[in-house]
Ligand binder design. Structure first.
Ligand code: ADP
Ligand code: MG
Length: 393
């Protein structure tokens, strides 16, 4: 994370929340009756009320786990284990978005086909302006698509927009919190918008889970950047959606809070919630996600499991420092694609380990009559893949 971003959240009083936020298991051992227990397996989802609705909609059951569910009072019994659960939490076909404004047209998504498996921890990766936010805002019903079809939890966003919206919780990129609401009021308001009956609300539990219990009645404007981010996660979870989307969730969040946020998100994922996060922190996606899609200029350039994506790259860098002064790369080494770095006095090779064993490169250096004084290699990582896939951006 950039230094500036760390500084941006300086003053966040995180210490008091650390253990609460870090592990939800902590919550489950609280005595009943005092703080209600968080039940992440609670598998019930409530359709979003239309903006003009004065009456809350009746809750509808939903399951997002393979294991047998607990039944929720007042709700019909859940589906049998594994039954009627969609294979894909999100399914997009031919998704196109063209923004039209006074300045002309901007094609933000150019035919995206993407399935996000249920239960996955999915990374949507791409440079700024790639179309990541546009994609997830379409899923969330916040941006209208131009063409294509999208299903959220098997609900078509055109035919069943309310059902689709109820299945997803989005933590937006911007910290758009009304400064005059307290966290408690905000979550209650949001639960109301989703039609969650009062007795089924979990405001206190959720605030505890995100480490904001002691800020429940503080005005949002007094919260630090990190706290606001966590409040947005809480807000996205009030209706207990089976799909949680986080758009650049660690922008402006310091390293320690990031770890807490991930601990919470991982816990949600383990409980069956499909998590989608967009990021341009490549290490973050590599560390957290089991599947990664790379998007560039509105197009999907890669989508695979994280290990596959990395092995697909099959590239290593080799730097060799030699004692001889070189003017140019000897012919025998040029054949291996070597380049010469006059500043570091090093030869540089980029090679595919599966095709080119390192011994062959070293033998060629020797054959060129050079003596090696130092040698280092670097594994391919997601950064390389990202650069490779988005080259020409
Ligand atoms: P990302 O989240 O990957 O950074 P976005 O989805 O925000 O990308 O933006 C994709 C492209 O669409 C960018 O070129 C951006 O400038 C443009 N864009 C986003 N929102 C709008 C909008 N409301 N009106 C016009 N252009 C937009
Ligand atoms: Mg964005």
């Amino acid at each position: 994370m950039a230094e500036g971003q760390i500084a941006a959240v300086a003053g966040d009083d995180m210490v008091g929340h650390l253990d609460l936020f870090q592990n939800l298991r902590h919550l489950r051992i609280l005595p009943r009756g005092r703080t209600p227990q968080i039940d992440l397996s609670l598998a019930r989802m409530i359709p979003m009320a239309p903006p003009d609705a004065t009456q809350a909609l009746k809750p509808r059951p939903i399951s997002h786990r393979n294991a047998p569910e607990k039944t929720v009072s007042q709700s019909p019994p859940p589906a049998p284990p594994g039954a009627s659960l969609p294979a894909a939490a999100i399914s997009a076909q031919g998704l196109v978005k063209v923004y039209r404004g006074r300045l002309g047209e901007k094609r933000a998504l150019n035919g995206i086909d993407l399935d996000i498996p249920r239960g996955s921890m999915f990374g949507l990766l791409g440079p700024n302006g790639a179309g990541k936010s546009t994609f997830i805002n379409i899923l969330a019903g916040l941006v209208n698509k131009t063409a294509g079809t999208v299903r959220v939890w098997d609900r078509d966003i055109d035919r069943d927009p309310r059902g689709a919206r109820a299945a997803i919780g989005v933590v937006p990129q911007e910290l758009n919190i009304d400064p005059f609401f307290t966290p408690h009021e905000l979550l209650e308001l949001h639960a109301g918008l989703y039609g969650v009956p009062k007795r089924e609300r979990r405001t206190a539990e959720i605030l505890t889970a995100v480490g904001l219990a002691d800020k429940a009645n503080a005005y949002a404007r007094t919260l630090s950047g990190g706290m606001r981010r966590r409040l947005l996660v809480a807000k996205a979870m009030v209706h207990n959606p089976p799909v949680l989307v986080l758009d650049e969730p660690t922008a402006g969040v310091d390293v320690e809070l990031r770890q807490q946020l991930w601990a919470y998100v991982r816990e949600l994922n383990r409980s069956g919630v499909t998590v989608i996060l967009t990021t341009h922190y490549l290490e973050e996606a590599e560390e957290l996600c089991d599947r990664i899609a790379i998007i560039n200029k509105g197009q999907l350039v890669a989508c695979d499991t994280t290990p596959n994506l990395i092995s697909r790259l099959d590239r290593k860098d080799l730097r060799i420092t030699v004692s001889e002064p070189l003017e140019t790369v000897p012919e025998i080494l040029a054949a291996f694609g070597a380049s010469w770095d006059p500043v570091e006095k090093a030869l540089h090779f980029s090679y595919r380990p599966s095709e080119q064993p390192i011994q062959r490169l070293l033998a060629a250096v020797q054959a060129a009559g050079l003596s090696v004084t130092d040698l280092s290699t670097r594994e391919a990582d997601l950064e390389d893949l990202f650069l490779e896939m988005t080259r020409g951006n």
